[in-house]
Design a protein around this ligand. Structure first.
Ligand SMILES: [Zn+2]
Length: 72
């Protein structure tokens, strides 16, 4: 069974277009959303950290890239 992160199911070793939101109230990015257009899922658990507070951001949308990018 594929792992889930924040309610989304991710295949391992797959690239996704992911939208994240900072839910850390003490961060200047709180409530803002960010688009990460090419995120590798690793073992099926992609994590995107906030560049300001360093906390993992909440995934609010995820789309499997089609076609998958070439890995060089
Ligand atoms: Zn933050």
């Amino acid at each position: 069974m594929s792992p889930t992160v924040d309610g989304f199911t991710f295949d391992p070793a797959t690239f996704y277009d992911i939208t994240v939101r900072d839910d850390n109230e003490s961060c200047t990015n709180f409530g803002q959303t960010f688009d990460a257009p090419c995120v590798y899922s690793n073992a099926g658990t992609p994590r995107i950290q906030c560049g300001r507070c360093g906390k993992p951001m909440t995934i609010i949308a995820a789309t499997r890239l089609d076609p998958q990018p070439e890995v060089s």
